[in-house]
Design a protein around this ligand. Structure first.
Ligand SMILES: *Cc1c(COP(=O)(O)O)cnc(C)c1O
Ligand code: SF4
Length: 318
């Protein structure tokens, strides 16, 4: 089965998922523009009958999302102000981020870009490529979204060819959660594209709980690593998902066991509807110090927060 066919089997309705999980009486929230979207692979990891499962919690549209909490906004990280064109965000020196698509392998309820006004179905990047070409300070392009691996290999290849033609760009970063839900996406044509380019690829995956991982996922990532592509993980600290020292320890140790290095542990971006996921910073700092005690230094992520207007993701120092 192709990854597209696998993706078509995603759960997109709560009654169907509830039946599959044997969970009764829990009401799903019919979110107006960000519906349930969960790959089978992840659904199968959810404990049957457990409405508090840490995987389910990340994807179940809960009624709490309808709450309007002071301090939580539609654009918590200032994406709008960093928009150089429809699909180009530039916040940090040397790096520019392409919002390649609105589509994702899954819908994470705490996503800070869930309200972004994506350009609908249009895979041209003329304006963005022109701006990147005109700014020789840009040495790295980050493919983001949405999830850049939602694009077909053909569209990706075409985009990468255009980026390659800009001599000052050296590195190509993928920010993707696809391998966690549909590792089949790391297919032979994609690997060929990555191998052929003169750009140095870097993969930043997004995994928040050890239960999300399995042997197929590690095998898919291993194919990237075999091409000497660094694979890093960026996680979000989430209430009720990974807010204990034991879970975080297990997550970062398991990733390290497979050569995936901890990059960031992100303080939750305060997007409207996600307040029930927030872990206070003081608690996060305590969790981090426990991690530093129990893990080798390279396995401990940098605990950061994105503050609009700051020149880098702000480290939350101990
Ligand atoms: C997070 C982000 C980056 C990447 O920042 P790093 O600290 O290099 O990982 C780049 N551009 C934008 C717009 C971002 O939001
Ligand atoms: S995969 Fe990433 S971009 Fe897509 S919903 Fe989840 S956090 Fe947001």
């Amino acid at each position: 089965m192709s990854w597209r066919e696998i993706q078509k089997q995603n759960f997109t309705s709560w009654p169907k998922l509830a039946a599959f999980l044997q969970i009764e009486g829990l009401q799903g929230y019919a979110h107006p523009h960000f519906p349930l979207n969960l790959p089978r692979r992840l659904a199968e990891k959810i404990e049957k009958g457990n409405p508090h499962d840490p995987v389910l919690r990340q994807f179940l549209p809960s009624l709490e999302e309808a709450h309007k909490t002071p301090g939580f906004s539609l654009d918590p990280v200032g994406d709008q102000g960093a928009r150089k064109s429809q699909k180009l965000l530039k916040k940090y020196e040397g790096r520019a981020l392409l919002v390649t698509t609105s589509a994702c392998a899954m819908h994470c309820r705490f996503c800070f870009r869930q309200n972004f006004d994506y350009v609908s179905k249009d895979f041209t990047f003329d304006q963005e490529l022109k701006l990147i070409g005109e700014d020789p300070s840009i040495t790295e392009i980050i493919l983001s979204g949405g999830d850049p691996l939602s694009l077909s290999n053909t569209v990706l290849q075409n985009l990468i060819q255009h980026i390659v033609a800009i001599p000052h760009v050296k590195r190509l970063r993928f920010h993707t959660r696809f391998p966690i839900g549909i590792p089949e996406r790391i297919d032979a044509p994609l690997l060929e594209i990555l191998q052929a380019t003169r750009l140095q690829p870097i993969f930043v995956i997004h995994c928040n709980h050890p239960k999300e991982l399995d042997a197929d996922i590690f095998q898919a990532l291993r194919r990237l690593q075999a091409l000497r592509i660094p694979v890093l993980n960026s996680a979000v600290l989430l209430r009720g998902v990974n807010d204990t020292p034991a879970i975080l320890h297990e997550l970062f140790e398991l990733l390290s066991d497979h050569g995936i290095l901890a990059y960031y542990l992100n303080q939750l971006d305060r997007v409207q509807g996600a307040a029930h996921f927030e872990v206070p910073q003081q608690e996060g700092l305590k969790l981090l110090s426990e991690l530093m005690t129990s893990l080798p230094g390279y396995a401990v992520p940098r605990y950061v927060q994105e503050v609009a207007g700051e020149p880098y993701k702000t480290p939350l120092y101990l």
